[in-house]
Design a protein around this ligand. Structure first.
Ligand code: NDP
Length: 483
């Protein structure tokens, strides 16, 4: 008789003693924290505890930030040699590493993502972006982007809540390396690590005004987008807001990069290594609660292995640990906000009503906070909304295909084009498929791998331009095409 023994995990809570959260924050303008007018709360989505009161920037605050950024650009940063700029970026990178645990704990408290992910992914990658771009600061003329590349001026940067510090690093590091100054707005629900980053700028003695951080909501973002003193807009967020921004900057001289939504196909061919593939599927959709623009949210299974993959996937999902993000054993944490949870619940209900079959493992979700169990929908067709729209949560839509050509056709049948995954042991098939797929990033036998040296960005409604690598640098320099 076969017997199995299971051992319960003991709680392994990370301490929050390392962070000091002030009861109230202002904006970071011209190298100093300045008091804000109106405030709004930022909460821990795992407990609904109010963490702090955050300032809501209005026109006067955004004006002051742009003025400080312009002054720093004209008088200091654009005149400084690349070598000197690089020293500041290295210093920031090192301080981020030294304060990594503080950043990780704060990110997890404000965002709801598991400490394991903020500690092992978000914060090390954010520091890596500063290290990588520090290296470019004095080598811009050798980057193949012209003999004398020039910065654009003041960059307005608007970031989302899914990877708060990492998205800040993606925006701030290349801008500064290329000689620009910045006004950055973190997302309404996750401003705390950006405010800690402001302290790091002070600690690194970065010249006043090179980095300015204003907090607020969408109205603050719109003030930045429409500000006449700004030369470039860099945005990551929803396709809906991306379209508003594209329209707003169209009649102006502003440069723009947009990193928007996705509905990535993760394609499993019948010769794929099934056990590794199952890990990749789980990582592709349940990493960061599925709040990932490049998430592998559409699983395309070749029909003759579909049953086996689904059986193993369900077994694996039974072992996913959902719960307290501060517990070091947690795999899936809290949904970032009440609004996002409502959107996930609504789209999942549409999946039910359109006839797809829902499955989730049994899991005890905490009574407070915002939670959604890891979920898969089978029997999904191209016509279903859950196959076409970004759910931005831990929900996987599963489709099947018979031939490689059908897989490509289904994968490309989307308004998005951010990322895709291919699982196959055959190199020629992988190369063939990657050439047919219309997506900015294609992973083979892996998923959700990020590196500062590698350009990231999408086709179609997934955005304009690239971030990371040489291509990402080009987006902060004058007259250089970055497509
Ligand atoms: P948004 O696109 O609204 O938010 C992204 C950033 O833009 C935030 O800082 C936001 O501010 C700001 N913003 C909002 N409205 C405007 C505006 N009119 N002009 C300028 N900036 C603005 O995304 P949401 O947070 O509302 O999420 C909605 C959906 O977007 C999600 O369900 C998901 O599908 C998708 N999404 C995709 C992301 C991606 O990486 N591709 C990231 C985040 C969301 P504030 O937070 O203060 O509202």
């Amino acid at each position: 008789m076969e017997t199995t023994m299971t051992f319960e995990y003991a709680p392994a809570p990370e301490s929050r003693a390392i962070v000091t959260i002030k009861p109230k924050y202002g904006h970071f303008i011209g190298g100093k924290f300045v008091a804000g007018g109106k405030h709004f709360p930022t909460i821990n989505p795992a407990t609904e505890e109010v963490l702090s009161q955050i300032a809501l920037a209005g026109k006067a605050d955004v004006d002051a930030a742009v003025k400080a950024a312009r002054k720093a650009y004209t008088n200091t940063w654009s005149k400084m040699s690349g070598k000197e700029r690089g020293k500041y970026l290295y210093r920031i990178a090192r301080i981020m590493q030294e304060r990594a645990r503080e950043f990780a704990v704060l990110e997890t408290l404000d965002n709801g993502k598991p400490i394991r992910e903020s500690r092992d992914t978000d914060i090390p990658l954010a520091a890596a972006h500063f290290f990588y771009h520090a290296g470019w600061a004095d080598k811009l003329e050798y980057a193949g982007l012209g003999t004398s590349p020039k910065p654009l001026g003041v960059a307005g940067q608007i970031i989302p809540w899914n990877f708060p510090l990492l998205m800040l690093a993606w925006k701030v590091a290349p801008a500064l390396a290329a000689g620009n100054t910045v006004v950055l707005k973190p997302a309404e629900s996750t401003p705390l690590t950006a405010l800690l980053f402001a302290e790091v700028c002070q600690q690194a003695e970065l010249p006043a005004g090179v980095v300015n951080i204003v907090t607020g909501d969408g109205s603050t973002g719109a003030l930045i987008v429409n500000h006449q003193g700004i030369d470039k807009i860099a945005f990551t967020g929803s396709t809906e807001v991306g379209k508003i921004i594209a329209r707003a900057v169209a009649p102006t001289n502003k440069s723009v990069t947009l990193e928007l939504g996705g509905k990535a196909a993760n394609i499993v061919f019948d010769d794929a290594p099934i056990d590794e593939t199952v890990e990749g599927i789980v990582n592709g959709i349940f990493f960061n609660q599925g709040h990932v623009c490049c998430a592998g949210s559409r699983l395309l299974l070749q029909e003759n292995v579909a049953e086996e993959v689904l059986h193993k996937l369900k077994n694996r999902m039974e072992k996913i640990r959902v719960g307290d993000p501060m517990d070091k054993n947690t795999d899936v944490g809290a949904i970032n906000s009440k609004e996002q949870l409502a959107k996930i619940i609504e789209l999942a209900a549409v999946g039910d009503s359109e006839g797809a079959e829902r499955w989730s493992p049994a899991c005890n979700l905490p009574s407070k906070g915002f939670w959604f169990a890891p979920t898969i929908f089978t029997g999904v067709t191209q016509a279903h909304r859950i196959a076409r729209e970004e759910i931005f949560g831990p929900v996987l839509s599963v489709l099947t295909f018979r031939t490689p050509a059908e897989a490509i056709e289904k994968a490309n049948n989307t308004p998005f084009g951010l990322s895709a995954g291919i699982w196959s042991e055959k190199g020629s098939r992988t190369l063939w498929a990657s050439q047919q797929l219309r997506a900015g990033v294609i992973w083979a036998n892996t998923f959700n791998k990020f590196d500062p040296t590698s350009p990231f960005g999408g086709y179609k409604e997934s955005g304009w331009g690239r971030e990371g690598g040489r291509h990402g640098l080009a987006a902060y320099l004058k007259g250089v095409s970055h497509e």
